[in-house]
Design a binder for this molecule. Sequence first.
Ligand code: HEM
Length: 181
Amino acid sequence: MQGIIYMQLKKFVVTTVGKDDWTQLLDKSGLESRLYLPTNTYPDEEFSTLLSAISKASDRSRSAILEEFGQFVVPELFALYGTFISPEWKTLDLIENTEQTIHKVVRLRNPGADPARLKTIRRTIDEIEVTYDSPRKMCSLAKGIIHGVAAHYEERVSIDESRCMLMGDNCCKLYVKKEVI
Ligand code: HEM
């Protein structure tokens, strides 16, 4: 995973828990004095180890942390890749275009980056089906990002996960529905 994601994870811990806690988490994870640079790529195991440490320290599940982190990271993603986001898009349009447009650009800009390969089917104007099958098994991050994107557009969505890799399925299926506020 790219350094920018680790830098955001650090910001997430520092703002939601405390500055010293990040240093302690690094120590506990065997990553003393680790510095993350935005465009460098770091092993996924490090992200997983840090996630487990945050989960243990906060007594919350990895999924809950990932989902919250997903929402947290969205403003930075918009800031970095905003030029590739059409001003006409809303939440479901952005999700529909993430693979062909945004994640594609992420891969082109940083050959080390490997964002999730999402498949989408726009069921109706208000519903989209997302298939996620990354070996990282971080569908909770996807759910958090989706809620964060909705918050950006001042919309609200419900997500129904009918299949999940963490439950032994070969992919996660997220049915995202725009709610009428
Ligand atoms: C503003 C729009 C978005 C931007 C700029 C963006 C960018 C990125 C970047 C930079 C990464 C890290 C890649 C790496 O370090 O290798 C990533 C990963 C990821 N993205 Fe996106 N993304 C966007 C929207 C979305 C949406 C809408 C979803 C879900 C529907 C999503 C799901 C994920 C997931 C789950 C990962 C983690 C990698 C994995 O699970 O294999 N992203 N994205």
